[in-house]
Write a protein that binds this ligand. Structure first.
Ligand SMILES: [Fe+2]
Ligand SMILES: [Fe+2]
Length: 305
């Protein structure tokens, strides 16, 4: 048995919930087929912690994703931008805790919703980037990269389906970090060489996870593998100089997002103009594609108008 996330309990319909009774035993609290709301019990009167069977975890995530997606649609319509961000963080955090086939595909619908509503609800995506958070997690970074990717794609006149692919690449590019030691991810000091070597593995691990998923577009797993590669062959994991275009776009957006938001004691987050200056030097050094970079600058210029 594992504890169920409180924010998701209302979405569990076809997942049974259990409560802990004496001597470490569990008793059925809510059977599959009904929801907690159907039980007509005051919210506060439910036990503080409810449990699900480990085997139900993926199904639970799928139900929660569907529920969150329904909420997301409502929040977008209502223009409730802070709630949109909160809902997204919930979906993404939950999905990244169990990153494998069956749960990762669920975020595809989430990106669909955001891309289709982009034209009418432009401010929603824009505001995803405006809300900063104190605890900068992989989930938040991934959401920011996704929002920038969708915005960039639509600015660069990609089709809606191409914008969706780029958004998914952005949302899932760091999924391999879920397999990296947490202490390395949150280290408030420079990583040792050994730790950095382990960190680099998130590209290969992410590729392996996404490769097993049922995404029809192979660029999604490829972007996880290639987003730290550089055109001059100095990137990782393979140090190859030929990189797919989607991964090149994502590489620039990922770098910009991390430079402007990832604040650590030894390396402070940079203001946008400074981050662009740093990337510009890398473009001059042949690491990034010049044309993609200038399109990205144009997009950022427009975004802030
Ligand atoms: Fe990465
Ligand atoms: Fe990243």
């Amino acid at each position: 048995m594992i504890p169920a996330r409180k924010s998701q309990l209302v979405f569990y319909r076809d997942v049974s919930l259990y409560t802990k009774v004496k001597d470490g035993q569990y008793a059925l609290y809510k059977p599959s087929g009904i929801s907690l709301c159907d039980m007509r019990i005051d919210e506060e009167r439910h036990p503080n912690v409810l449990y699900i069977k480990k085997a139900d975890k993926i199904r639970g995530i799928q139900e929660a994703q569907k529920g969150f997606n329904r909420e997301l649609k409502k929040d977008i319509k209502a223009g409730n931008q802070e709630k949109v961000k909160e809902t997204l963080v919930n979906i993404v955090e939950e999905t990244l805790t169990e990153p494998r086939s069956g749960s990762l595909e669920g975020v595809s619908e989430t990106v669909d919703i955001l891309v289709s509503d982009y034209a009418s609800e432009f401010n929603v995506i824009k505001s995803l980037l405006d809300v900063s958070s104190k605890d900068y997690t992989t989930a938040l970074h991934s959401i920011n990269v996704m929002a920038l990717s969708i915005g960039f794609a639509l600015h660069a006149r990609y089709s809606l389906s191409e914008a969706k692919v780029l958004g998914l690449c952005g949302l899932l590019h760091d999924v391999g970090k879920s397999k990296i030691d947490h202490n390395i991810l949150v280290a408030q000091r420079r990583l040792t060489n050994e730790e950095f070597e382990e960190m680099k593995q998130h590209t290969i691990l992410g590729y392996k996870i996404l490769h097993k998923c049922k995404f029809s577009d192979k660029r999604i797993s490829l972007a996880a593998l290639e987003h730290h590669e550089k055109l001059d062959g100095c990137g990782y994991p393979d140090g190859k100089g030929i990189i797919s275009e989607t991964s090149q776009v994502l590489g620039i957006i990922d770098c910009y997002e991390a430079l402007t938001n990832d604040d650590r004691p030894y390396r402070h987050a940079a203001p946008p103009f400074k981050a662009l200056e740093i990337i510009k030097n890398d473009v001059r050094a042949g690491k990034y594609n010049k044309d993609i970079f200038s399109d990205f600058i144009q997009y950022l210029g427009k975004k802030d108008v």
